[in-house]
Write a protein that binds this ligand. Structure first.
Ligand code: SAH
Length: 231
């Protein structure tokens, strides 16, 4: 069973979107599991203080290392991967999601306010992970993104296992356009080739569409694709 353990100040918002549809069923079937840790439970004083002002000045508050350290030490076993969600982290992507899907457990720490005391990162061997070049108010929505992306890669979660091979990012190409019924909608028909029943023609058409859209929307990916083709 694959497991995500999330450290947060807002445990009540989980499992949120992760409990819907096929993910909810997979949770029931114990294909995956979610453990939510309230960081505040590890606060030592009677006010349950979790944050304080940064030394050296500056706006905002930082999560205290003693509180976070206690929370981590009480809940994480040795050798488990730990990630702090932060815009300063290395980029999360489909390749990372695949790696994560092969771990038994991943730990995700959601920051708040200005972030966390830097010392926690080295002392607990924590990697920094970002979901993109923008700043969220907290790590929770980032944790949903990471877990969602991993869950659909776990065997038995999505109905059709083949469906993942064609997807965007799989071969450094974005996915081709797709169509369903009605065949004619608002006077627009679906591309003729898709009705032909000729599977090799359909495959060729889809590949050329994938190339087109990648070239137009993602020059960075297109460059990578061309370099791989050359090899
Ligand atoms: N002061 C920090 C930003 C803090 S944002 C800086 O400039 O780098 C508050 C919290 O939101 C962070 O602790 C982090 O957990 C989360 N967060 C914000 N943007 C994120 C992103 N792009 N990816 C992952 N987590 C993010």
């Amino acid at each position: 069973m694959w497991k995500a353990r999330v450290f947060t100040l807002y445990p009540e918002i989980y499992p949120g979107p992760l409990n819907k549809g096929l993910y909810g069923k997979a949770l029931e079937k114990k294909i995956w599991n979610l453990e939510v840790i309230n960081i505040r439970d590890s606060a030592g004083d009677k006010h349950k203080t979790v944050d304080d002002k940064p030394f050296g000045g500056g706006s905002g508050m930082l999560l205290k290392p003693d509180v976070l350290g206690k929370s981590i030490d009480a809940n994480i076993k040795k050798d488990e991967k730990i990630f702090y969600l932060t815009p300063k982290g290395i980029n999360f992507n489909q390749k990372k999601a695949k790696q994560f899907s092969k771990e038994k457990v991943i730990n995700l720490i959601c920051g708040h306010f200005e972030g966390v005391d830097e010392r926690i990162l080295n002392t607990r061997n924590i990697e920094q992970l970002s979901i993109g070049d923008y700043v969220l108010s907290g790590g929770e929505s980032a944790s949903f993104v990471v877990i969602d992306t991993v869950l659909r890669l776990l065997p038995g979660v999505l109905g059709n296992n083949n469906s993942k091979d064609d997807e965007s990012f799989e071969h450094d190409l974005l996915e081709y356009p797709q169509y369903t019924k009605p065949q004619i909608w608002e006077k627009k028909s679906v591309p003729e080739v898709l009705l032909s029943g000729n599977h090799s023609k359909i495959k060729d058409w889809r590949l050329s569409q994938s190339k087109d859209i990648t070239r137009r929307q993602r020059p960075d990916m297109w460059k990578k694709f061309l370099e791989k083709e050359k090899k």
